[in-house]
Design a protein around this ligand. Structure first.
Ligand SMILES: [Zn+2]
Length: 220
């Protein structure tokens, strides 16, 4: 067989739950979560250079809006001013100085060449509190665009960023095929622009807008 990796992959997929999975802290196992709303983000000022910057920015902004749109969630984003930062980073000596950025690389993509994008989340292992998340995109090996007609050989910006924001807010991959958090995407795919019922369940479990408390009262 040419590709023996396919067999363990299928077995593994069959064993994995088909509903949303939360990203967990490596040592404590605490699920990751932003504690304060809104979560502010900054788009690199060039967005994806080969296309009109407004069109590109619009696709990125729509991706963030998609995750805050379900009625059952309290998740809120705020777009900050565009940034000149050209790569993701985290300064542990000045935590407040960190900004959550969205940035494309055009040369020297430093990660796995086949990877479309990478979201790096920095968190407190004891509590799962997220401090910083940067979304980096592989403009070196892939051609992005706002896909208007399918099939297309371009990678859709909103399709990709919506998936990456799922990681940014604390969701892991799932093998549920309709989910935004399904791990792979073909060129021209646009179905991840929209949240599936499972994605909505996920975002509303982490960031519920239920204003009541899960209160218990005890009298002595
Ligand atoms: Zn992913």
């Amino acid at each position: 067989m040419k590709n023996p990796d396919i067999i363990p992959f299928i077995l593994l997929a069959a064993l994995i739950s088909l509903s949303f999975e939360r990203e967990k802290a490596e040592i404590s196992g605490k699920p990751l979560k932003w504690e304060k709303m809104p979560v502010k983000y900054h788009i690199n000022k060039y967005c994806y250079k080969p296309i009109d910057s407004e069109k590109c920015m619009g696709a990125v902004v729509n991706s963030f809006k998609t995750w805050e749109s379900p009625e059952c969630t309290s998740l809120k984003f705020e777009r900050g001013e565009d940034t000149g930062e050209a790569k993701g980073s985290f300064n542990s000596l000045d935590i407040k100085s960190n900004r959550n950025i969205v940035v494309w690389y055009f040369t020297d993509w430093p990660y796995e060449p086949n990877g479309l994008a990478l979201t790096t989340v920095t968190y407190d292992d004891k509590t799962g509190k997220i401090y910083d998340a940067d979304i980096e995109l592989n403009g070196f090996n892939y051609r992005f665009d706002v896909v208007e007609t399918t099939p297309s050989s371009y990678t859709d910006i909103q399709n990709t960023i919506t998936h990456e924001i799922g990681h940014m807010i604390g969701l892991d991959h799932t093998f549920e095929p309709s989910s935004v958090m399904y791990p792979t995407a073909r060129a021209g795919e646009i179905k991840k622009r929209k949240l599936s019922d499972d994605d909505i369940k996920g975002v509303c479990e982490i960031y519920s807008n239920d204003s009541g408390c899960s209160c218990s009262t005890i009298s002595y």
